[in-house]
Design a protein. Structure first.
Length: 406
């Protein structure tokens, strides 16, 4: 059985940053990732953050170059971790390589997030993909997903990917809504969708930014709504169409059209459907953390009715309720890469404390990394889902209660 001090599952920004911090202190770390290239979701990220460009691939390359200076850190790619078992002296970690399981004194789970698909008629046709898949095609493999497409599902990620696709030379028919359930969308209003879009307008190029403050004013939103055409309103060159829903995707061997219909202010379908010619469709139902390994390892969890907010209870340094098991990054909730990196730094402190038997050690480092986490949140260019802030507060309070009582 191979031995290491720390086994990190996930070579995204959270896992790599933690490995870098631990490696520079001479701790033996093995990082396992099922993808053949390290970097996680960083690899596809490309957007304007304030006055500079965030090029995720370059951030990943920098992290990997830093790590290569620490001989105690090993990377194993193309291998999926399938099981964890706690023993007296640490963890036995099984993977899909067919080799011997690894033995580690501590485990960090940095498994990231998954996309939630939208199943509408025609969604299995070639040419239908999630926005994340389109992002990887365009930004990682430099392949256009098609000539003309539409995105179904409005959110921070779909807006960011729409911009990236346009930079890749793709013609987009805009971002439309998924079909409403039969009784309409309870509590849904077009106006609320426009309000959400105000949070996205800051991603627009500088000259477009004034639109953001206009969208935040109710009067302007109503004016924009009243005059909103079926073709949508362009924000930073992307047509946002929150009053149009995609009912079905059509095509024989591959996508050739999308069937659309107008939504009224309550989220009900009105008028007649029509077809628009497209050769690809991206769906964007949101992101959810991947907490399965934490749950399987026995960590106390916070569960939500639809699974979107299932996360392990966690403490300030990524501790879980199971000794020696740590978490960082999007497994804790959906935020950007800079936040995941700060969470990786904090988890490295938690792990050092565990390995060295100093539960209150490394106070200055913990304070500095907590500050960096707060800064990363303050300057986050994308806010995926504002609900996470309240969930984190509750989950951390539940963690304190569980560990005090335990
Ligand atoms: C489709 C998608 C697109 C995104 N686009 C953006 C964007 O444009 N901008 C932005 O700011 N944020 C984006 N995000 C959010 C993104 O997740 C964070 O920015 C950041 O990458 C999170 O870092 P992480 O290290 O927690 O996870 P990730 O970067 O997701 O890395 C997790 C890694 O864990 C690996 N893994 C998971 N399970 C296992 C297992 N069992 N065994 C082995 N390896 C495993 C995965 O292969 C992956 O490489 C996106 C997220 C997704 C899902």
């Amino acid at each position: 059985m191979s031995q290491t001090d720390v086994l990190v599952v996930g070579a995204g920004p959270a896992g790599l940053t933690a490995a870098q911090e631990l490696g520079r202190r001479g701790i033996r770390v093995t990082v396992i990732d099922e993808y053949p290239t390290a970097g996680g979701r960083l690899l596809g990220q490309l957007y304007q953050a304030g006055d500079h460009w965030w090029v995720g691939r370059q951030v990943a390359e920098q992290l990997l170059s830093d790590i290569s200076g620490h001989p105690a850190v090993r990377l194993r790619l193309g291998t999926s971790v399938s099981g964890l078992e706690r023993r007296d002296k640490g963890w036995v970690v099984e993977d899909t390589s067919g080799g011997e399981p690894a033995m580690a004194r501590a485990v960090l789970l940095a498994t990231g997030a998954a996309e939630i698909p939208i199943a509408i008629p025609g969604w299995t046709l070639p040419g239908v993909m999630t926005v994340g898949a389109a992002q990887v095609m365009a930004n990682v493999h430099r392949v256009r997903p098609g000539q003309r497409g539409v995105i179904v599902g409005l959110g921070a990620l779909s807006f960011a990917v729409a911009q990236e696709l346009r930079w890749a030379g793709v013609d987009l028919a805009g971002i439309v809504m998924p079909p409403p359930p039969r009784n309409g969308m309870p509590g849904w209003t077009v106006e609320e969708e426009w309000r959400k879009m105000a949070h996205l307008a800051h991603l627009a190029p500088t000259w477009m930014r004034p639109l953001s403050s206009l969208l935040r004013r109710a009067g302007w939103r109503r004016r924009l709504l009243a005059g909103a055409p079926q073709a949508g309103v362009a924000v930073a060159g992307t047509r946002l169409r929150p009053n149009v829903a995609a009912l079905a995707i059509e095509g024989d061997a591959a996508v050739s059209a999308v069937v659309l219909q107008r939504l009224n202010g309550h989220g009900n379908l009105v008028g007649e459907p029509w077809r628009e010619a497209v050769d690809f469709v991206c769906t964007s139902g949101g992101l959810r953390p991947i907490p399965d390994l934490a749950a399987a390892a026995g960590a106390a969890m916070h569960y939500s009715w639809d699974g979107r907010y299932d996360v392990p209870l966690f403490g300030p340094c990524g501790d879980t309720t199971v000794p020696g098991l740590y978490v960082a990054g999007n497994i804790l909730g959906i935020e950007g890469a800079a936040v995941a990196m700060a969470q990786g730094q904090l988890a490295s402190v938690g792990i050092l404390r565990h390995l060295l038997g100093k539960p209150d050690g490394f106070g200055p480092e913990a304070d500095q990394f907590a500050l960096q986490l707060a800064e990363a949140r303050r300057h986050a260019p994308l806010v995926f889902d504002p609900a996470w802030a309240a969930i984190h507060e509750k989950v951390m309070a539940d963690f304190q209660r569980e560990t005090r009582e335990g």
